[in-house]
Design a protein. Sequence first.
Length: 113
Amino acid sequence: QVQLVESGGGLVQAGGSLRLSCVASGSIFSSSGMGWYRQAPGKQRELVAAISTDDSKTYVTAVKGRFTISRDNAKNTVYLQMNSLKPEDTGVYYCKPFSSESWGQGTQVTVSS
């Protein structure tokens, strides 16, 4: 079972930036695509960014051009660079390997207007 630890969240003003990190335990990381998910208050968890094992990246329309997902297989870590943050980006952010159903505790991102 993979363990996931997200970090880097916080309170930021609109227009600001944050960089989220997610460290995954075990050998699954390098062989699995990874996703960053967001759960806004009162809403379902949604996938906002994904990166494949060959570094192909996809984004939900709402974050295109503002968020960048990347991975470092040597560190078993996936990142989410978030720029030009908006209040609607507020939520708990989670990472998850596509080949696992394990979730971490998430990291809270709050964007004030």
